[in-house]
Design a protein around this ligand. Structure first.
Ligand code: NAD
Ligand code: ZN
Ligand code: ZN
Length: 379
């Protein structure tokens, strides 16, 4: 099969690899029809993780089931399915509690597994023609009859729509709340969309990229252009000097100041500044335990200088981590099926898998107009 293989920093290659296949009786084999590039892939692409060369990336996957393991009960041949990026077992203590992003058995010694992801187990990704799906009865979301027609919406259930929603849950967003979101990448836009769906009173999205902010505006958010470094002041002005009720971090450890310099503690401390006393902060942007290629000495050890004193005095609370996609994907799927949500609005490029290398380059450069890329193997 053809697959997108990570060779090293800034070096992705489309090549022929052995076909993915069923390895355990509980697996299914999926023919991928849509697979996305994610901001999380970029941490790997830029060489800022310990991703092993030779691995296939891709954790935002949708396709058709073409082969079924002998112990699979529920999923049927021909089903159109969307897979959470998390690979989870369904029977460990964390999975039982709905915390499938922290499965204790699929990546032994760690909590949480994913397709084609650094540090999250040996599983191959879906930027390929075929994908092996472990514990398929648990992991596959079988899509409604309009799956083909709304494929570009449903594929967002694999990660960023539930992840954006998770950010708002961690922050505690409720109807009427004011919410500030750092990052207008796909995840930040989905957090803004989720906050709006939940009935937030005022949603503010901070970024420097005008094309991304324009999408935030399109769904009814207030845009905060930080290209002159005034984002914090703008948010304070928009909230009458109080700060927002809730805040979401949707950038992660590679966040930058308005001059494009990496300042790893910037968004976290900006959240402490711009969320009101006793407000909630949800952090879905990725922070990693060590980052040897960081310029900053603390960041190399996976640490940041966090304004704990301000955070404590303000009595804020914080929630972090990978999204438990299964906790939300079925409900969000119903919103799409009922025509109440259309997360495909963020897509800028629908490209054949053969153009993945070029897509990585442009999405990584945050080139104007490259807001989200979906890849179509078989086209
Ligand atoms: N927790 C999870 O389950 C989960 C799932 C998916 C993605 N992620 C992570 O979420 C983060 C965002 O993903 P994405 O796909 O949207 O990535 P992205 O890189 O496309 O978007 C990040 C955006 O943040 C902006 N940004 C940078 N510095 C900023 C700052 N100081 N203030 C405001 N905005 C700033 C950038 O301009 C960019 O538009 C990444 O760290 C990704 O790994 C986490
Ligand atoms: Zn992703
Ligand atoms: Zn589990």
């Amino acid at each position: 099969m053809k697959a997108v293989v990570y060779k090293g920093p800034h070096d992705m290659v489309l090549q022929k690899v052995p076909d993915a296949k069923i390895e355990k009786a509980t697996d299914v084999l999926v023919k991928i029809t849509t697979t996305n590039i994610c901001g999380s892939d970029l941490h790997m692409y830029e060489g800022r993780t310990n991703m092993e060369p030779g691995r296939i990336l891709g954790h935002e996957n949708l396709g058709t089931v073409i082969e079924i393991g002998s112990a699979v009960d529920r999923v049927k041949l021909g089903d159109r399915v969307c897979m959470p990026f998390n690979i989870s077992c369904g029977f460990c203590e964390n999975c039982e509690r709905g915390l499938t992003g922290f499965c204790l058995t699929t990546n032994p010694g760690n909590a949480g597994a994913a397709y084609g992801f650094a540090g999250m187990g040996p599983y191959s990704g879906g930027q390929a023609e075929l994908l092996r799906v472990p514990y398929a009865d648990f992991n596959c979301l079988v899509l409604p009859p309009d799956a083909e027609e709304k494929e570009n919406d449903y594929v967002m259930l694999s990660d960023i729509f539930p992840t954006g929603y998770h950010a708002t849950e961690l922050a505690g967003v409720q109807a009427g709340d004011s919410v500030v979101i750092y990052g207008a990448g796909p995840v930040g836009l989905m957090a803004a969309y989720s906050a709006i769906i939940k009935g937030a009173g005022k949603v503010m999205v901070v970024d420097m990229h005008k094309d991304r902010l324009a999408l935030a505006e399109k769904i009814g958010a207030i845009t905060v252009d930080d290209s002159d470094g005034s984002g914090v002041e703008q948010v304070m002005a928009l909230t009458g000097g109080q700060g927002a009720d809730r805040g979401c971090e949707c950038v992660g450890y590679q966040c930058c100041d308005h001059q494009g310099r990496e300042v790893p503690n910037l968004t976290m401390n900006n959240l402490v500044k711009t969320v009101r006393p006793t407000g909630g902060i949800g952090v879905v942007g990725v922070f990693i335990p060590e980052d040897p290629h960081a310029k900053d000495k603390l960041a190399k050890q996976g640490r940041i200088a966090f304004d704990l004193g301000q955070f404590w005095i303000k009595g804020q609370h914080i929630g972090t981590g990978q999204a438990n996609v299964k906790a939300y994907n079925r409900k969000l799927c119903k919103l799409i099926a009922e025509g109440k949500a259309k997360p495909s609005f963020i897509i800028s490029h629908k490209l054949p898998l053969d153009r993945a290398v070029e897509a990585y380059k442009n999405f990584d450069a945050r080139k104007d107009g490259w807001t989200k890329v979906v890849l179509k193997p078989g086209h």
